[in-house]
Design a binder for this molecule. Structure first.
Ligand code: ATP
Length: 422
């Protein structure tokens, strides 16, 4: 018998480096369900812990809130996974979950900030889900359950354009000029379509998955407005996703000395040494507090961001933000909270002759060679700092899906000004 009701369905781990994409499968499921009369109330694209080694690319999972028969939807989702998931790949272990209501949010918070196990997911599902199926190891049950458990105190939107199957794995045809125009027309309400600083396109992937491009923004209207400006190969369909991308949902506050591997943090510290540029152009920065020292890295792909890291000097107070992996914090952004004076010592100038003095010998201060005047202390010169206080972030080409771009800060200014008015 048909049961028509509201329900959630989650999917994960269907793709491999050779192809497929869980968002495509989710969008395909949405189209199929709508075609047989289901209502789609919400389509969520949920990014989980970005450091997880099992991920193929961006650790995405899908959750759909729909109205219709949950059991038929579950059976259809499983048949889509059987047909399209890249099961030959040793890293692909799909999961499909159906639940009558959202799953407990603790599981989402753990999956976005930490590491979950398959038995943990199975235990949660056995208590709360209507039906679930793990394929192969069934690791995708973690992401599928976490997506259904997701809570979005902050959220953004992404329009994903999906290529016709006949074009998969062929070069993508998207007019770059039209992308620059679409960004110009909709900024600051969309972001990461292009990287102006490097004159490059960001929103068109290079991998062999079915995505043609993705436009991220503040609202469904902004992303669709942006899409209307883009010229590309014809594509059969796209999907607007509600997402936790660009919200910093993966970040915890951390203290030096107690950071855990595979988690991402905001850490407060003082710069202890001049940053060093190493082999390959990677920049390392050491910060510290009473708990010890922490090495932060700005890798070569973060391009101009490295110059901002290099501009830091000992004594600067910062909030460093990034993932803790192999004992170092890989920087996504930092906030320069208070700026140290960049001072250095020189031999003083003679007040009478206006000439610079020279050393009078070790420990003997300075002496004017012209009139013989003496000074015990050097002159302190302050160099102008090249960096301003506030936030500094990696360019769009190096940004994590979950990292909140600084362009979104405008919303806070709106809220501030709104509060001032009311
Ligand atoms: P794409 O973004 O292209 O869809 P992906 O990067 O999402 O691919 P998946 O193929 O989904 O990668 O692989 C990620 C795997 O890691 C999934 O099986 C997912 O359930 C699991 N996973 C996600 N978050 C966690 C976590 N916090 N702890 C343990 N496993 C996780």
């Amino acid at each position: 018998m048909l049961t028509n009701k509201e329900f959630w369905i989650g999917l994960d781990d269907t793709d491999s480096p050779e192809g497929m994409c869980t968002t495509w499968l989710g969008a395909r499921l949405i189209r199929d369900l709508r075609a047989i009369g289901y209502q789609i109330h919400e389509a969520r694209l949920i990014r989980l812990n970005p450091t997880i080694p099992y991920r193929t690319r961006g650790n995405a999972a899908i959750a759909i809130r729909a109205f219709g028969d949950p059991d038929i939807a579950f059976a259809h989702a499983c048949s889509l996974v059987n047909r399209y998931a890249d099961m030959r790949c040793e890293k692909t272990h799909p999961g499909v979950v159906v639940a009558d209501e959202q799953l407990p949010s603790d599981f989402y918070f753990k999956a976005v900030t930490s590491v979950c196990t398959i038995p943990e997911a199975e235990e949660l599902l056995s208590k709360n889900a209507r039906a679930w199926k793990g394929f192969k190891l069934g690791r995708g049950l973690i992401g599928a359950a976490a997506a259904i458990a997701s809570v979005l105190p902050d959220f953004t939107w992404e329009y994903l354009a999906y290529r016709d199957e006949s074009r998969w794995k062929t070069p993508r045809q998207v007019n770059p000029e039209s992308l620059f125009i679409s960004e110009e027309v909709t900024t600051p309400y969309t972001w990461d379509t292009i990287d102006r600083s490097q004159n490059s396109v960001v929103c068109v992937p290079h991998s062999s998955d079915p995505v043609l491009y993705g436009i991220r923004g503040d609202s469904p209207f902004a992303v669709v407005h942006s899409v209307s400006c883009i010229r590309s190969e014809p594509y059969p369909w796209g999907q607007i996703w509600l997402t936790n991308q660009g919200t910093d949902a993966h970040l915890l506050w951390g203290k030096i000395g107690s950071l855990k591997e595979w988690a991402s943090y905001r850490v407060i510290g003082t710069v202890l040494q001049q940053p060093i540029t190493g082999i390959g152009g990677h920049v390392s920065l050491v910060i510290g507090d009473e708990g010890g020292e922490l090495t932060c890295m700005a890798f070569e792909p973060t391009k101009r961001f490295r110059q901002e890291v290099r501009s830091l000097i000992p004594g600067d107070h910062i909030i460093a933000v990034g993932s803790f992996l192999n004992g170092t914090l890989n920087l996504e952004k930092f906030c320069l909270c208070s700026i140290e004076r960049d001072e250095y010592k020189i031999a003083p100038y003679c007040k009478a002759c206006q000439k610079q003095m020279t050393s009078a010998g070790v420990g003997k201060g300075y002496k004017c060679r012209k009139c013989g005047a003496k000074s015990v202390s050097p002159e302190i010169v302050t160099r102008e700092r090249e960096i301003l206080t506030g936030w500094h972030e990696v360019p769009p080409s190096a940004r994590r899906h979950l990292a909140r771009p600084l362009i979104r800060e405008k919303e806070e200014h709106w809220e501030d000004s709104f509060q001032n008015i009311t």
